[in-house]
Design a protein around this ligand. Structure first.
Ligand code: AMP
Ligand code: MG
Length: 319
């Protein structure tokens, strides 16, 4: 499972990524659990391997600045920060570009995307050879510490990953700083490898929300950036559907009569359902309808994260 990083093992890893498999690889921050960011199923596999109980957006890695900045709407501040700190341990949140090829699941359905160009030479070589953006959260099961050595990854993820590239211990050993440049006011979403002071030297004052250090803490409902919800109300565990409702199905024998219907997975495959979730919610979120009715989805495996997202979308909203 673990292979020392070499031209051969990196070529093998790049091939696996292109086939939609997952590969763990070293960065200067921590080891990442990487999958093809443009492949919905590969991204769904990342959530499955980590056992995350909810979908949160992933950082998408690229080999160079130009390729990264093309995926988001980069303004002059973003170009400046990128020129100064990439490659390096800072991830930048931007509005997704109109032609962004990255899976909506990697953005957890949001209009924004977190991008980073890592400096680690093994990560660089892998990204170049894979020839596509790689979505990669830390390569550990949900709730465990971020791995800074290949054997940490093996003991946490086991065979949830096709290959682990061993590039030795991570130089920084601390996550990347996450800086949100999608709005007028820069926001430090997570402290990390690049200090707030060095970013402020370029940008001026950066806002630091009190939850930035505690990603596990629920964010206040006013913070729209925290999760995607359709405009239409969501009705869960639907056994029937109205003529003025959209239907989001799963499996066979769906209720008939909806104004519009899509199926997350006809064969009842939760990985396929996760891969389709955000794109289908968006497609069904049509003006003029009363609600999106969602049939019951099993509360196991990726179904836990799917139901978590739907429940948040179904919760009453403050505005
Ligand atoms: P991880 O991939 O586990 O290192 O965590 C990624 C971090 O980046 C989390 O704190 C996410 O909430 C944050 N993040 C990634 N993408 C976005 C985004 N589009 N908007 C806001 N935060 C993001
Ligand atoms: Mg992590």
């Amino acid at each position: 499972l673990i292979r020392l990083a070499s031209p051969e093992s990196i070529a093998k890893a790049a091939g696996l990524i292109r086939q939609g498999e997952l590969v763990a690889f070293p960065t200067e921050t921590v080891y990442g659990l990487g999958g093809d960011a443009t492949n919905d199923r590969a991204v769904a596999r990342i959530f499955a391997a980590k056992g995350r109980p909810s979908f949160n957006p992933l950082i998408v890695h690229l080999a160079d600045r130009e390729a990264a900045l093309a995926l988001g709407r980069a303004d002059s501040r973003t170009h400046e920060i990128a020129a100064r700190f990439w490659p390096g341990p800072v991830s930048l949140v931007m509005t997704r570009a109109a032609a962004c090829s990255v899976s909506l699941l990697a953005s957890a359905g949001l209009d924004t995307i977190a991008l980073r160009v890592p400096a680690n030479p093994v990560a660089q070589a892998l990204l170049r050879q894979a020839g596509r953006p790689i979505a990669a959260p830390s390569a550990n099961r949900s709730g465990e510490l971020s791995p800074t050595r290949a054997d940490h990854v093996a003991s946490s993820l086991g065979d949830g990953v096709a290959l682990i590239l061993d590039g030795g211990p991570c130089a920084i050993g601390l996550e990347s700083t996450v800086l949100d440049l999608s709005g007028a006011q820069p926001i430090l979403l997570r402290p990390g490898g690049v200090s707030r002071e060095s970013l402020e030297a370029v940008l001026g004052p950066i806002a630091v929300p009190e939850w930035s250090d505690h990603p596990e803490r629920p964010r206040s409902p006013g913070q729209l950036r925290s999760h995607y919800a359709p405009r239409l109300p969501v009705r869960m565990a639907a056994e029937n559907v109205g003529a003025d409702e959209a239907l989001l199905g799963f499996g066979r024998d769906l209720p008939a009569g909806a104004a519009a219907a899509l199926n997350l997975s006809r064969k009842g495959d939760l990985l396929e359902a996760a891969a389709n979730l955000f794109a289908m919610l968006r497609e069904l979120d049509r003006p003029g309808l009363r609600a999106i009715a969602v049939v019951p989805i099993p509360e196991r495996g990726l179904g836990v994260a799917i139901n978590d997202r739907l429940r948040r979308a179904a919760a009453p909203r403050g505005n």
